[in-house]
Design a protein around this ligand. Sequence first.
Ligand code: ADP
Length: 605
Amino acid sequence: MKKVALVFIAAVFLPSLVLAWLAVRSLRDQQFVIERQQSLLYQQVTDGLAKDAENVLAEMQHQFGQQVEALLAEDKTRTLPTSFNDRLRTNWSISEIGFVVTLEGNILCPTPYASPTARTFREQNSKFLCNSESAEVYWNASKLNNLGKNYSNSSQPEQQPQLGNNFLNLGQNSSSPVDYKNTLKSQGMRNVMPQQQASQQNESDSQLYSKVSASEAEFRQLVGDATEGTIARFVDNRLNVLVWYRPPGTPQMIFGSQLSLLRIKQELKTIIDHLEPALRDEIAVALLDDNARPVTTSREKFQTVWKRPFVATEVGEALPHWEIAVYLLDPAKMSQSARTLKLTLGLLIAVLVCAIGFGSLLIVTDLRRQLAVARKKTDFVSNVSHELKTPLTSIRMFSELLAEGRIADPVKQRSYLHIITAEAARLTRLINNVLDFSRMERGEKKYSIQKLDLLELITELAGNYRHHLEANHFQLNSSLPDAPVFVNGDRDALAQVIVNLLSNAEKYSAENKEVSIILDRKEEPLPYAEIQILDRGIGVPKGSEDKIFEQFYRAHDSLGSGIQGSGLGLTLARQIARAHGGDVINQSREGGGSCFTLRLPIIQE
Ligand code: ADP
């Protein structure tokens, strides 16, 4: 038993506890997992909007090329290079100023005297456009690679400007918050940890991980032999966005335009306005400029610490350090749902552990019961063998004496024959009990039910048994009614119950050899017959009153008491009685001894 329990604990209980413990541990990461899921979701939103913003700028670059081509087509007098600024601005309102510069570095347009804006533009850009000074510019990486290759053929020394890295792929998995942050750093990304918005981190690191970085380059270096492009640069802390185009017909001349930031902002506002309505209740989206100030937001009057978005994506090199940022409208909601999830999972685990504990208890109890039955079965085998042996020995001994003719006295002869008959009856009873029990165990016991008179049955059984009892110096008292008592039942089976009870009364009687059998009729609650078999014997020990009806159970051990038995008589008696709609019960008797009562429902004549 101990071994089985140990195996069970080692194979089932301990692993279950370890699993439960691991599950509880994993609960602690739930908050992070939820934040992570949310951040991935909203990162897709910001990535999408940033892409849209990039497309808007790409479209502007494309439009500019078309404008130049259109102006060239209508320029019959070939005066476009000098009048480009005015003509472009008339046709294309996005342009703040138009310029034309040759590859050699001559600025053909605007002239310094054109307007104050033109003068400022020239002051700020002439050195860069004339290639006499390299400036910090932001440029598209893939184009730059081309540029580097092509430009190496020119007279200028090869110079590979250091430009931005690729976008961070937030879909990549990193196993912990720390890994996640390190990944961000190693990829040179804007730090957009989900917790940022809730916890006020050190503000200085907000721009630390921008994927967009400036490169030192001259204008001609950037142009290379490409045909168009966009350049962004900060002049006096103000962002200038320049688009340029080199017409195939005049490759030595580069047409360009400084775009109006105001118009760019207006165009980008429409993107933010198109945020999915389903998301509007959960998040606010803002376009942040390079100083993390909101250019436009999806919710009017929304205020927050703009430098602490939940997630953000940079627009790209055309608008360096500008970001599409997402802010949670209710940051507490996320930790609330994490807490709820934690609680639910915690409860679930607790229920599971309890279920495992309870299941284990049931298994252990059942194991103990089965082991007890197994033990009782072993006892049963030795009891039955013993009980078979004793009558067989007597039968053999007395029949040999009689057969050899050594007993001449007819009284003795009769007495020996009585003993042989009684022992044979005992053997039959025992074998019947064992056979019936195994039939019941297999569910094969059949009853042939018919109307029978209990008075007649008991009179017959008592008559038969009286001889045997009196031969053994017993006194059998009977109290029977005058009228028949009819029940529906299997005659043999009910006879077996009564004989088993009589046999027990005899076996467990000791010195006081007085057995009584009473048949009575009771009316309450329903009419039933009551057969009581009483003795003045040793009685059923305390605590065994119910157990004596269990299979193989013997309250008086054969070895200790010297009383033989199989532990099946009462089990069968009760099962048969219950199959007839009645029962067998045991009551202790005042003055010592036992009283076993068989109750059966009566049928009305
Ligand atoms: P057994 O073959 O051992 O008699 P039973 O099922 O008939 O098996 O009885 C179960 C146990 O109940 C007996 O072992 C005995 O301890 C107890 N018992 C049964 N009848 C009596 C009785 N009349 N007086 C005292 N104890 C009894």
